[in-house]
Design a protein around this ligand. Structure first.
Ligand code: ADP
Ligand code: MG
Length: 342
């Protein structure tokens, strides 16, 4: 392996943010190589490795994929007030808002996963995300009475969807949709679709821990990913080979703070407004990253018992759950696929 080039450029959306880009090639018998590029996108590190015949075709594919992720951020961001989602949120309690069929479809899929997880996954969590400061870096322990008041604003069934023409209305003033638990997954699915459109059939996309791999490495070996240990940052808990699958992890170690020895993190129980406590991390493997993203968050809140039962009932879907005590449980279809010898 050797480094082909090192470039630094400034991002369009996060204009103050430096984007580190580097491409390297990995020699193989066929002449095709792995090219890699990383940028800050959707507030996280987006890394793409793809197999291409030359730097030019790799570069074209990278450009297309990163602009696709940027496009999705402009539609679905909870933080960017001028996003399409921001328009829906601003109109809460007022009239319906016309939306793109794409945003409507993401919201529709989100409500499907709310039903599947008995409301554990709920994109109307917005008022609580804001109260805790998890939409910014300004985390704070909220007043319990204020949590209680805002709970009345949470209900995925109060997201009123009209298909033709596409419209969304939030029934109550003060409600807001936060797609933070599903938008990255959707972006990964779109990234893979765009890569395929550019003739790339072997690649791995990693958007802040939401991963999807297609095809293989140039030497014919499968892409291998490591599942992070929830309490030891540098340690890989288990590794797994994937092909045409998404692997997404939700953990209490992503955005959190401590008050008097107690950990408070960003995955909130819609029924109580407080962080879910039964798991340290949940990894879901599925055919699509959107599904894996929604389920990882939902199962995290449901807890190991209910969560594993849900996963066992879903086709081509597997999970690894680390409970609050650090014990690991694994769905039946995943047992012989994990390598714990790290
Ligand atoms: P990460 O963003 O770290 O990959 P998740 O996919 O689990 O992790 O998403 C967590 C984010 O989802 C939170 O920061 C918040 O924006 C939102 N969220 C928190 N609780 C819920 C919930 N119960 N249902 C849906 N979204 C949630
Ligand atoms: Mg998620």
């Amino acid at each position: 392996m050797y480094i082909d080039s090192l470039r630094i450029k400034t991002g369009a959306i996060l204009c103050t943010c430096f984007l580190m880009i580097f491409i390297w090639g990995c020699k193989s018998g066929s002449g095709r190589r792995i090219y890699q590029e990383a940028q800050i996108q959707m507030g996280t590190l987006a890394e793409i490795k793809l197999v291409a015949a030359d730097e030019k075709s790799a570069g074209t594919a990278f450009e297309a994929v990163f602009s696709e992720v940027e496009r999705i951020e402009k539609i679905a961001s909870f933080q960017l007030s001028n996003s399409e989602l921001g328009c829906i949120n601003r109109a809460a309690g007022k009239g319906p808002v016309s939306v793109s069929p794409e945003l409507l479809q993401i919201i529709q899929q989100a409500t499907y996963y709310s039903g599947l997880t008995e409301g554990a996954f709920d994109i109307t969590i917005g008022p609580l995300t804001k109260l805790w400061g998890f939409d910014t870096q300004n985390y704070q322990l909220p007043d319990p009475d204020e949590i209680q008041r805002r709970l009345t604003l949470l209900d995925y069934r109060a997201v009123i969807i009209k298909l033709k023409p596409p419209e969304v209305k939030l029934a109550k003033a003060g409600m807001s949709i936060d797609l933070g638990a599903i938008a990255k997954g959707y972006a990964v699915d779109r990234a893979v679709t765009v890569l395929k459109q550019y003739g790339i059939s072997d690649a791995i996309v990693n958007l802040g821990g939401d991963i999807m791999a297609i095809g293989r490495k140039p030497d014919g070996r499968a892409w291998k990913i490591g599942i992070q240990h929830p309490r030891e940052k540098e340690r890989v808990l288990a590794s797994l080979k994937i092909n045409n699958q998404a692997v997404v992890t939700s953990g209490d170690y992503e955005r959190f703070f401590f008050v008097q020895g107690e950990r408070y993190h960003h995955i909130l129980k819609p029924q109580t407004g407080w962080p879910a406590k039964e798991c340290q991390s949940v990894t879901v493997i599925a055919q699509e990253a959107l599904a894996a993203d929604a389920l990882a968050t939902g199962v995290f809140i449901l807890g190991p018992k209910k969560g594993l039962a849900l996963i066992e009932g879903l086709k081509e879907t597997e999970a690894l759950i680390v409970n609050a005590a650090g014990e690991v449980s694994i769905s039946s279809g995943l047992k012989d696929k994990l390598d714990f010898n790290q």
